[in-house]
Design a protein around this ligand. Structure first.
Ligand code: 5GP
Length: 214
């Protein structure tokens, strides 16, 4: 992955299924124009209300494998029996526009992104408690057997939560959205991301010192 001199960095949001990644992402995009969704691809069937190119690029397994073989995916994972992957292009296009790519991907994908792209900021979202998670999964019409599978996956996912940079508890949605935006604010102020400004100031100081009579 090219690591050019971009104004921003990718923000990766992961959570157990039902943790609220998608709603937090929508909230972020509405709240703050710095953020843009980097659309990922999947081989799972399209759900009612989903649009190709907006929610996902819906691909056949063959098309997915071709992208993967061609090195066009920044990362990929198999989740609940389907393939998912982030096209390098989706992320680079957003960075090149001077915006923050928001990636809502699974924990394995988050780990790969961080490895390939250490400037990325990773956020782990958790619901306030297990009861809320179960209610959210049931509330979106998941069958009881799917709820059980997703809870089992959640168990594995929270084991690796310590590898993330930040934790946000998604209790009240607007608060969770503001917290993720606040993390981006703080990250943009990190000295390591702003050394060019420090150096430019240093150069100005240097010139002044040279011009001054002893
Ligand atoms: P769903 O099928 O419910 O939309 O997504 C299932 C899981 O796949 C979610 O945890 C979602 O964040 C994750 N996911 C979506 N796109 C990608 C991707 O490009 N890469 C990875 N690693 N996971 C993804």
């Amino acid at each position: 992955m090219r690591k050019g001199n971009y104004k921003y960095f990718p923000m990766v949001i992961s959570a157990p299924s039902g943790g609220g990644k998608t709603v937090v992402r929508s909230g972020l995009l509405k709240l703050d124009k710095r953020f843009a969704f980097s659309v990922t691809c999947t081989t799972r069937p399209r759900r009612p209300g989903e649009t190709d190119g907006r929610d996902y690029y819906f691909l056949t397994v063959g098309q997915f494998r071709k992208l993967r073989r061609g090195g066009k995916l920044l990362e990929w994972a198999r989740v609940h029996g389907n393939y998912y992957g982030t096209p390098v292009k989706s992320v680079m296009e957003v960075l090149e526009k001077g915006r923050i790519p928001v990636m809502t991907i699974d924990v394995k994908g988050a780990r790969s992104v961080k490895r390939l792209f250490p400037q990325a900021v990773t956020v782990f979202l958790l619901p306030p408690d297990l009861k809320t998670l179960v209610q959210r999964l049931r509330g979106r019409g998941e069958k009881p057997e799917n709820v059980a599978v997703r809870l089992e996956t959640a168990r594995a996912e929270i084991k690796v939560a310590s590898q993330f940079d930040y934790l946000v508890i998604n209790n009240k949605l607007p608060e969770a959205v503001r917290e993720v935006a606040a993390i981006a604010d703080l990250e943009t102020r990190k000295i390591g991301r702003n050394l060019d400004k420090v150096r430019a100031f240093g150069k100005q100081l240097g010139k002044k010192a040279i011009g001054r009579k002893p």
